[in-house]
Design a protein around this ligand. Structure first.
Ligand code: AP5
Length: 213
C-alpha cells in the first residue's frame, strides 16, 4: 500500500501516520522529520533547508525531491509506505508520479485531512515533540506521561517553527503551494477527504473506515 497523507500544518497527519504505520506495518516517511534530522546532523541538505524551515517557507523542490528519491530507494520502502508531508507542490507530485512509473507502480490513495484554521493554530502552538523517537504530544489533547518528558525518557521540545507568527506564514504557503494538490489528486480519482476535527481516536477510526471501503 502506497499512501499520501495531505493536509495543512498541524492537522494531525504525523500523529495519524504514526498510528496507521504501526497498525498496517508500513514505514512512515515524513519529510519534516527527515529534514529536522538533516538539520540536527548539519548535513548539506540540513544546511540548505534551515532558513526555509525556520521562516515557514517550503524547502526548494529540487532539494526535497532528491531527498525523497533517495529515501524511496531504501529496502523498507520496497512494498509500501505512508508519505507524510510529501508531495507538497505540483512539481513534487509530478516527480513522485515519475518515480513510481519508473518502478511500474502507482499510489493507492491520497488522504486529505481537513480542519478549520483556528483549530490548526491551537494544535500547533500546543504541540510538544520528542527529538529522539518523534512521538508527538499536545499540552492539552495528548499529554506526555510526565510533564516535559517523552515516554522514551527524552526531554520534549517545542519546534522552532511552531510559533504563532511562523504558523500564520505556513498556512499562507499551504494555501498557495499545497492546496492545488487536492484538485490534482481528485482528478486522478485518488483523493479521500477526512474531517480531522474529532478526537485522535475518532479521526483514526474515520481513517480506518476509508480503507475498508
Ligand atoms: P512538517 O514537519 O511536515 O510540518 P507540517 O506539514 O507543517 O505539519 P505538522 O508537522 O505541523 O503537522 P501535522 O499535520 O503532522 O500534525 P501533528 O500530527 O504533529 O514540515 C515542517 C517544515 O519542513 C515545512 O514548513 C517546510 O519548511 C519543510 N518541509 C517539509 N516537507 C516539505 C516538502 N515536501 N517540501 C518542501 N518543504 C517541506 O499534530 C499537531 C498537534 O495536534 C500535535 O500536538 C498533536 O498531538 C495534536 N493533534 C493531532 N491530532 C489531534 C486531534 N485529533 N485532536 C486534538 N489534537 C490533535
Amino acid at each position: 500500500m502506497k499512501v499520501v497523507f495531505l493536509g495543512p500544518p498541524g492537522v494531525g497527519k504525523g500523529t495519524q501516520a504514526a498510528r496507521f504505520s504501526e497498525r498496517h506495518h508500513l514505514p512512515h516517511i515524513a519529510t519534516g522529520d527527515l529534514l529536522r534530522k538533516a538539520l540536527a546532523e548539519k548535513t548539506e541538505v540540513g544546511l540548505k533547508a534551515r532558513s526555509f524551515i525556520e521562516a515557514g517557507h517550503l524547502v526548494p523542490d529540487d532539494v526535497i525531491i532528491q531527498l525523497m528519491i533517495d529515501r524511496l530507494e531504501a529496502p523498507d520502502a520496497a512494498s509500501g509506505y505512508i508519505l507524510d508531508g510529501f508531495p507538497r507542490t505540483i512539481a513534487q507530485a509530478k516527480a513522485l508520479t515519475r518515480v513510481l512509473e519508473e518502478k511500474g507502480v502507482q499510489l493507492d490513495r491520497v488522504v486529505y485531512f481537513s480542519l478549520d484554521d483556528a483549530i490548526l493554530k491551537e494544535r500547533i502552538v500546543g504541540r510538544r515533540s520528542c527529538p529522539s523517537c518523534h512521538t508527538i504530544y499536545h499540552v492539552i489533547y495528548r499529554r506526555p506521561p510526565h510533564e516535559g518528558l517523552c515516554a522514551c525518557g527524552n526531554e520534549l521540545i517545542q519546534r522552532k517553527d511552531d510559533t504563532e507568527e511562523t504558523v500564520a506564514k505556513r498556512l499562507i504557503v499551504y494555501r498557495e503551494e499545497t492546496e492545488p494538490l487536492i484538485a490534482y489528486y481528485k482528478t486522478q480519482g485518488l483523493l479521500t477527504q477526512i474531517d480531522a476535527g474529532g478526537t485522535l481516536d475518532e479521526v483514526a477510526e474515520s481513517l480506518e473506515r476509508t480503507f475498508q471501503n
